[in-house]
Design a protein around this ligand. Structure first.
Ligand code: PLP
Length: 358
C-alpha cells in the first residue's frame, strides 16, 4: 500500500459529539456539528448526528452537496459568508446561512422569492476577533434593512471568536452578544430563535457556567473531531483525541549527521531552519510531504520519534532507539491544520473504521 492514509474512527467522533452535546444541553445550548475540516465527509457527519448534534455546519457548498448526495437529510448551515455570485446555489443548498452583507442578503432574498422559499439567516456581529461580522454600532440599521427583504427571515444573531485574532469568548463579549440580541428583539418586536455565540473555544466558559442564558446555540468542530478546546488546545475531559490517524511509509533509513554542512541559504520554502549539532542520528524519510499534510501539525504515535522537518514530498523523522525498517508504516496524530490538509489532499487515502469504545 503505497499512499499515505488517514483513518477516521467514527466511534470516537460519535463519542466526542455525545460528550459535547450533553455539556451544551446542560447549559441550554443546541449544537451544530461542524464537518468542514473533513471536507464534509459523510461518515463523520453521520457519527456527529448519532452523537446528538442537531444540524451539520459546513463552510463550502461543495461539501454540503457531498453530504446531501450521500443521503444525509439533517439541516445544513452554511458557515462561511455566502458569495454574491453564488446566491442561487446557496439558497438551493442550505436553508440557513451566516451573513454580514446587505448586498448578499438582497441577492439571496431575490432568489428565495423567485423560488417561493424563505432563506433563514443568522446575522454575524463582530466582537473583537476581526474576522466576519457587522460592527455592533451598525447592527440596528442593518437589521432594519434585512427585515425589509421578503425572501429572508432573520432567525438569529451570532459571533465568531478565536479564529483570526485568537480572541477568546469571555463573560464580557458574550454578555455583549446577549445584549445586542435583546436590543434587536425589542427594537423590532421579534423573537430570535438562536443566539449563536460559541465554537470549540467556548467549552471552558460553558462548563464554568459563564455563558449568559440567552446564548443558546453553538457551532462545534475541533472539539468533536479532535477532542480539544481551542483557547489552550487542551484535551477536553471525557473526549478522545484519537479519532484520526495519519500513516506513511519509511522509504529511507540511515545514520546521518544531525546538522547540515555547507553554505546555508533558504530551504525549499523560504525559511532558514536551525539545526543543533548532536552528532550522528538515525533518520527516516517517509512518503509524506506538504502536498499531503501540514507537517508541523503531526505528533508521532511512537514517542521515540521526532519530526525534524519536511519538504513537498518528504517527512524527515529522527528515530531515537525506535526499531524501524524500510517499508514500515508510521502513525501520526494530526492537529486541526494537518487534518484539514490531509483531508483535502488528493494523495492521501481516507478510510473509516469503527474503533473500540473507550
Ligand atoms: C469553523 C467554524 C466553526 C467551528 O469552529 P471550531 O473551533 O472548530 O469549533 C464555527 N463557526 C464558524 C463560523 C466557523 O467558520
Amino acid at each position: 500500500m503505497a499512499r499515505p492514509s488517514l483513518t477516521i474512527d467514527t466511534a470516537a467522533i460519535e463519542h466526542n459529539a455525545r460528550v459535547i452535546t450533553r455539556l451544551c444541553a446542560a447549559h441550554g445550548m443546541t449544537v451544530v456539528g461542524v464537518t468542514k475540516a473533513t471536507c464534509g465527509h459523510p461518515e463523520v457527519a453521520r457519527a456527529m448526528l448519532r452523537g446528538g448534534v442537531a444540524a451539520i455546519g459546513e463552510s463550502r457548498l461543495e461539501n454540503i452537496r457531498r453530504l446531501r448526495a450521500a443521503g444525509i437529510r439533517a439541516p445544513m448551515v452554511l458557515l462561511r459568508l455566502p458569495t454574491l455570485s453564488q446566491a442561487e446555489a446557496v439558497v438551493s443548498a442550505a436553508a440557513l446561512s451566516l451573513d454580514s452583507e446587505l448586498t448578499v442578503l438582497a441577492a439571496l432574498s431575490e432568489v428565495a422569492v423567485r423560488r417561493h422559499r424563505v432563506h433563514e439567516v443568522i446575522l454575524m456581529v463582530e466582537l473583537g476577533d476581526l474576522r466576519e461580522g457587522i460592527l455592533p454600532d451598525d447592527l440596528i440599521p442593518f437589521t432594519a434593512a434585512a427585515l425589509k427583504l421578503p425572501g429572508i427571515r432573520v432567525i438569529g444573531l451570532g459571533t465568531n471568536l478565536a479564529c483570526l485574532g485568537g480572541v477568546a469568548p469571555d463573560r464580557e463579549n458574550m454578555a455583549r452578544l446577549a445584549a445586542l440580541a435583546r436590543a434587536v428583539e425589542t427594537t423590532f418586536d421579534l423573537r430570535l430563535r438562536w443566539v449563536s455565540g460559541a465554537n470549540s473555544s467556548a467549552l471552558e466558559l460553558i462548563a464554568a457556567g459563564g455563558m449568559p442564558a440567552a446564548v443558546n446555540h453553538a457551532r462545534m468542530g475541533e472539539s468533536i473531531l479532535l477532542g480539544r478546546e481551542t483557547v489552550h488546545r487542551r484535551p477536553w475531559p471525557g473526549t478522545r483525541q484519537d479519532a484520526f490517524l495519519l500513516e506513511a511509509e519509511v522509504i529511507e533509513l540511515k545514520e546521518k549527521p544531525s546538522a547540515p554542512r555547507g553554505t546555508r541559504g533558504e530551504d525549499a520554502f523560504g525559511h532558514r531552519p536551525e539545526f543543533a549539532d548532536r552528532g550522528t542520528v538515525r533518520r527516516a524519510l517517509l512518503n509524506l510531504g506538504r502536498e499531503d499534510a501540514d507537517l508541523e501539525g503531526l505528533t508521532p504515535q511512537d514517542p521515540r520519534l521526532t519530526v525534524v522537518g519536511g519538504t513537498s514530498d518528504y517527512l524527515v523523522v529522527e528515530a531515537d532507539g525506535a526499531p524501524l525498517h524500510v517499508g514500515d508504516r508510521l502513525g501520526f496524530t494530526p492537529n486541526y491544520s494537518a487534518l484539514l490538509a490531509a483531508m483535502t489532499s488528493a494523495y492521501v487515502a481516507k478510510r473509516t473504521r469503527i474503533g473500540a469504545h473507550s
